[in-house]
Design a protein around this ligand. Structure first.
Ligand code: C2E
Ligand code: MG
Ligand code: MG
Ligand code: MG
Length: 290
């Protein structure tokens, strides 16, 4: 029934689109079972201060697929977001993160954990209640939790965002704007929302030492943060040049391959065994796997 003019185009794209749709459907089906089948894992990437002391870490999800191998979040978080599976998945991640915070190896250490929260998860009715439940369940200290959200999460539903963030902030949870500078929002939300931290996007960090435009953007972000008394984390720091460029400008935390790659929880806990922490016995990361 296709018109002659469009037929070739349809024929040309059909198999590829079909294959992509099938793959997406397969992944969606498999993702529904992934939690129950214990295929999802938390990875953790430490964050350091200028003296290279660890201050916290970001939790990053991985899918260990029995046949497809390690699947990065970019390949399945969007599917989870579109299908609504992100709600269950996000609850699971937060629960695991809270368990990690209260694990014997981490409980006594002055370290924070950052958890990525996606728009659908955040805006879903009952989010605050579920966070409360998870905190109560695990006994985790909300003041050691940071939620990373993107600018795009904020712009859609500003009133709802203010309300939800304020409630969670009142519990003690901090908020960080992830990939700061890459979204579509105006800056006005920064004064309306309880934002505690900005994460300088990796793209600015990468080119700042060599590209004057990126350097100017980094300076602008640092000025905003300083004026509003907001903490800064630089993400994707890969080279000494980048670290030196940033360190010369303002105090901040550093996250990136130069310091540590995202690692399985077990490796992270083993790393904590080497941290001298006053009055806090550490068992060297041999605790139960999460
Ligand atoms: P993000 O939150 O901006 O996380 C930072 C990403 O940069 C991570 O990719 C991390 O592995 C990567 N990275 C860290 N240091 C470096 C570096 O020095 N160089 C380079 N090239 N990359 C670096 P990853 O783990 O693949 O995660 C991608 C995105 O998936 C995250 O971006 C986040 O938006 C999303 N994501 C991951 N875990 C979760 C989760 O549990 N929930 C939700 N909603 N989203 C998640
Ligand atoms: Mg993040
Ligand atoms: Mg980024
Ligand atoms: Mg980021």
């Amino acid at each position: 029934q296709a018109k002659a003019a469009g037929r070739n185009a349809v024929r040309f794209f059909e198999p590829e689109m079909q294959a992509r749709a099938e793959m997406r459907f397969t992944l969606e089906t498999e993702l529904r079972q992934a939690i129950d089948q214990n295929e999802l894992r938390l990875y953790v990437q430490p964050q350091f201060d200028a003296e290279r002391r660890m201050r916290g870490a970001e939790v990053l999800l991985r899918w260990h697929h029995p046949r497809r191998g390690l699947i990065p979040p970019a390949s399945f978080i969007p599917i989870a977001e579109e299908t609504g599976l992100i709600v269950e998945l996000g609850d699971w991640v937060l629960h695991q993160a809270c368990r990690l915070l209260t694990s014997p190896q981490m409980a006594g250490l002055p370290l924070r954990l950052s958890v990525n929260v996606s728009p659908r998860q955040f805006h879903r009715t009952g989010f605050v209640g579920r966070v409360r439940d998870i905190l109560a369940d695990t006994g985790a200290d909300p003041e050691r939790l940071t939620f990373e959200v993107t600018e795009n999460l904020v712009i859609d539903k500003v009133h709802q965002t203010v309300a939800t963030m304020s409630e969670l902030n009142a519990l003690g949870i901090r908020f960080s704007i992830d990939d700061f500078g890459t979204g579509y929002s105006s800056l006005s939300y920064l004064k309306r929302l309880p934002i505690d931290e900005l994460k300088i996007d990796r793209s600015f960090v990468r080119d700042a030492p060599s590209d004057p435009n990126d350097a100017a953007l980094v300076d602008a972000i640092l000025s905003i943060a300083a004026l509003l008394h907001i903490d800064v984390v630089a993400e994707g720091v890969e080279t000494e040049e980048q670290a030196a460029f940033l360190a010369a400008r303002a105090p901040m935390l550093y996250q990136g391959y130069l310091y540590a790659r995202p690692e399985p929880v077990e490796a992270f806990l083993a790393r904590l065994g080497g941290i001298p922490a006053a009055g806090c016995p550490s068992n060297g990361g041999d605790g139960p796997a999460l």
